[in-house]
Write a protein that binds this ligand. Structure first.
Ligand code: PAF
Length: 283
């Protein structure tokens, strides 16, 4: 496995690759969820490029950019074991040599201003911009993203479609701990008591999905009940919502594929999760 920190070196490695290329963008501090992306890329592509970059433009000034866990040596060991060919691990000056002021920015406003975007203004512009740069640099045939960040995945899919980028975006199912908690680097911010409580988010999403599958169609009521239960248990809830899975708008009776999404803060951690629900649409 080769590790490169410069754009020029990444481009050289990329040009030498023969056959399909899969890209796995990460911010490091890798867990089994990231490794599932690498395994999928390894199965589908002849070459696998992973990136490790804690992207400052997707953090607001009050967020955890400075304290975000950075574990490069362990990450590289795990990527090598998982069969990655090239790791691109640039520093901020390499990615943003002219700083952040007046930076050309990619926005997907139809999808980025709602849900997590409402609580984190500008976050998805930072994500879309850095992912656009990484897609240009690595020119992959496929790029792999976790379904845990469902809104991020929808935004990247829309960006690639709208800008006619040649990469196919592949969503990989969320990896969960045995008690249902979606794996996330931010889970390590939880105290032992908070960690015990945290899987309630997933259980509440499952309750909403089960009610939808039983035929309940008052989505707003279902979401409000789940939100209330989380608040009563001690979460600071940003949202629980039932949305059209692709467009992220409020669903109507003709929406076939729903996504139930939640974001809530528990102590220092902001936890997000989502699951799907399919409904039979009258023809
Ligand atoms: O999901 C993440 O880890 C990040 O948002 C990403 C896609 C690597 C962009 O910085």
């Amino acid at each position: 496995m080769e590790v490169v920190a410069e754009i020029r070196a990444l481009r050289e490695r990329r040009e030498a690759m023969r056959g399909s290329v899969g890209l796995v963008p990460t911010m490091g501090n890798l867990h089994e969820g990231h490794l599932a992306l690498v395994h999928e890329a390894r199965q589908e592509c002849a070459n696998v490029v992973a990136t490790i970059f804690v992207n400052p433009t997707q953090f607001a000034p009050n967020e955890d950019f400075a304290s975000y866990p950075r574990t490069l040596a362990e990450d590289l060991e795990r990527l090598e074991k998982a069969g990655v060919d090239v790791v691109f691990a640039p520093d901020t000056a390499e990615m943003y040599p002219r700083g952040r002021e007046r930076l050309t920015t990619v926005s997907v406003p139809a999808l980025a201003d709602t849900l997590c975007g409402a609580a984190r203004p500008g976050h998805f512009d930072g994500v879309a911009t850095v992912v656009a740069k990484l897609l240009h640099l690595a020119a992959p045939h496929r790029a792999f993203f976790g379904e845990k960040d469902w809104q991020q995945l929808a935004i990247i899919q829309a960006m690639v479609r709208d800008l006619d980028m040649a990469t196919q975006i592949v969503g990989v199912p969320t990896v969960r701990a045995g008690d249902g908690l979606a794996l996330s680097s931010r889970n390590q911010y939880l105290t032992p008591d908070e960690r015990e409580l945290a899987p309630l988010i997933f259980r509440k999403l499952c309750d909403v999905r089960d009610a939808v599958h039983r035929g309940e169609r008052n989505f707003a009521r279902l979401a409000a009940d789940a939100s209330q239960d989380l608040a009563t248990a001690g979460f600071h809830v940003d949202y629980v919502a039932v949305r059209d899975a692709e467009r992220l708008v409020t669903p109507d009776s003709r929406t076939p594929s729903l996504r139930i999404l939640a974001a809530a803060r528990l102590g220092r951690a902001r936890l997000i999760d989502n699951i799907g629900a399919d409904v039979a649409v009258p023809s």
